[in-house]
Design a protein. Structure first.
Length: 258
């Protein structure tokens, strides 16, 4: 099944500026995806369907921009965005980010918040990263994070589990979420600190019931740790509370791409 690869970004009744913007998008789309539909069709139907969804999603977002807000998109943003999207449109989360960034780059109300680095950020996000980042849009700019530590009497110790993040109700694997939040921090989208914690006393309640921490706490409360050489040198388990918050760069990224 061959799809119509040329998006109708701007209708025939549009103003000259709108037509110019539409022509720019149309040309870039054809340049990047001109023969790509034949490739994905040969690979599998799912990719062809995903490309069609990307086209429709982008058309919908562009057509929703008031004509008086349309501006010619900066090529250093719109070009790399469309080019990079070619390899990521199968992911619902990443496809949505790319279409949002493209639409924002031709809207006078959002163009000042767009940044060329957003393209590389999206390219380096996993679908889980995107879902975790969306939590900051839906919940709060500050979310709880914690680490599990084993301490000696003098206060020294080791970290057993780092960057434990439980706010994602859909994915509760702490190792996957830890890696995800570490990546978001590496990209400069969030900042993780253990120098302070949230004042809400209920914000960290879920960590007490997390299986790994619950087992550790039980082991030390019952004295079972003395049976294990690697645990017996430590005197207690600690839940070190922290905060993960959006950076200004991350806040703009969410406003534009999510």
């Amino acid at each position: 099944m061959k799809i119509d690869i040329t998006p109708k970004f701007i209708d025939e009744a549009a103003t000259p500026l709108a037509k110019s913007v539409g022509k720019t998008l149309d040309s870039l789309w054809s340049l990047v995806f001109g023969g790509f539909d034949f490739y994905v069709e040969k690979v599998n139907t799912k990719r062809t369907h995903s490309l069609q969804l990307f086209k429709e999603e982008l058309e919908k977002k562009v057509s929703s921009i008031p004509e008086e807000n349309l501006v010619e998109p900066p090529l250093h943003i719109i070009g790399p965005t469309i080019e990079a999207s070619k390899f990521y449109f199968e992911s619902d989360e990443l496809r949505s980010m790319f279409s949002n960034l493209i639409a924002a780059s031709i809207d006078s109300e959002t163009i000042n918040k767009t940044h060329p680095a957003f393209v590389d950020c999206i390219k380096q996000l996993s679908p889980l990263d995107a879902k975790n980042l969306r939590l900051f849009k839906n919940k709060s700019s500050f979310l709880p994070i914690a680490k599990y530590k084993l301490l000696k009497e003098d206060g020294s110790g080791v970290t057993v589990q780092d960057n434990v993040f439980l706010s994602n109700e859909e994915v509760q694997n702490i190792d996957l979420n830890s890696a995800s939040l570490t990546n978001l921090s590496r990209l400069g989208l969030v900042q993780i600190t253990y120098d302070t914690s949230l004042t809400d006393i209920n914000a960290y309640a879920q960590f007490d019931n997390e299986p790994i921490f619950k087992d550790l706490k039980y082991t030390y409360e019952k004295g079972e740790h003395r049976k294990f050489q690697n645990l017996s040198i430590f005197d207690k388990v600690q839940l070190k509370k922290g905060i993960i918050e959006l950076t200004p760069f991350g806040s703009n990224f969410i406003d534009i791409c999510i």
